[in-house]
Design a protein around this ligand. Structure first.
Ligand SMILES: [Zn+2]
Length: 310
């Protein structure tokens, strides 16, 4: 664990002295991620209302994200475009890319979708015509990325880190309207930002469930098994192997697939076992600071471990 030893060396001398007094190095890297703060970031998003393209909540969240990211990242790239759906709707969509050390040649990328679904068609949906509030499906992944941005502003990374917030993931039917979902990730994949590609990418989707249990997603295991092994190993190192469990989860069509098509080793960290998926009950009471904190800890440990020794 050389990178963890480096992290310990970076601590102030007084802390090192305290560790020396205990005659023992800390078993885990420092916890940098603030789960309670991440939960506040999720609550703020839900308070905007559904973040459905072309609605007020969507526009307000875009402005909020833009402003938050500019206060934290070295550079922010905004990709704004109009997507015309198969049904003829013109959607004003926005991807945001917050870059830390934009000139670093070795980079990793974290992404999450920030839009929410316009209707509720999950198997447990009681009312089909209501938009999904998206506390878990939308806000949770964004909240993790924002918590990572906070930690990276406090202690900048030694590698390049891009935080990608994609739009239009959840707009339509995944089976019959395949071109009108995963829109932002497809746009990112075909409109490359300056500089080298990330060495790998991790999508965080539905990571706030109070009852969080993340099994390896099937399409990630096929496309980038070595990245999955590395993430699960990292989760174990930070003491979260009770949440990042072994076995195989569901195989999902999600934003990571569009990045894979663009030649990026991209995986999906997702807990698909969520009864409120695509229902009007995907609300704040279903997610927790503890769960966001677990995922945030793993994300930060991935950054601090760096890109060697995968
Ligand atoms: Zn969804």
């Amino acid at each position: 664990m050389p990178s963890f030893r480096l992290a310990a060396l970076a601590l102030p001398a007084v802390t090192l002295a305290a560790f020396a007094a205990c005659q023992e190095a800390p078993a885990r890297p420092p916890r940098e991620f603030d789960g309670a703060r991440a939960l506040e970031y999720a609550a703020q998003q839900v308070a905007f209302g559904p973040r459905v393209p072309n609605t007020d909540g969507h526009r307000r969240q875009a402005a909020w994200l833009d402003s938050l990211l500019r206060q934290r990242a070295d550079t922010v790239i905004v990709q704004a475009w109009t997507h015309v759906t198969a049904k003829g709707d013109s959607l004003a969509l926005t991807n945001l890319i917050a870059r830390f050390r934009p000139d670093a040649s070795r980079r990793l990328l974290f992404l999450a979708h920030w839009d929410t679904r316009p209707y509720s068609d999950g198997p447990n949906a009681k009312q089909k015509n209501v938009p999904v509030p998206g506390a878990n499906d939308g806000a949770s992944g964004v909240a993790v990325l924002l918590g990572v941005a906070d930690a990276l502003k406090r202690t900048p990374p030694t590698i390049g880190v891009d935080l990608l917030f994609v739009d239009g993931e959840d707009y339509a039917d995944f089976g019959t309207e395949a071109n009108d979902v995963l829109i932002g990730s497809r746009y990112y994949g075909t409109h490359q930002v300056p500089g080298p590609k990330p060495e790998y990418a991790v999508l965080f989707d539905m990571v706030g469930d109070r009852d969080l249990r993340i099994a390896p997603e099937g399409n990630s295991l096929i496309a980038a098994p070595e990245i999955m092994t590395m993430i699960w190993k990292t989760a174990k190192l930070v003491g979260h192997d009770n949440v990042f469990v072994d076995g195989q989860g569901t195989s999902l069509t999600d934003d990571h697939m569009e990045l894979q098509k663009a030649g990026i080793r991209a995986v999906d960290v997702v807990d698909f076992d969520y009864p409120y998926w695509h229902t009007g009950e995907d609300t704040m009471d279903k997610i927790s600071a503890a769960s966001l904190g677990v995922v945030g800890d793993v994300a930060m440990a991935l950054v601090r471990r760096g890109l060697d020794g995968q």
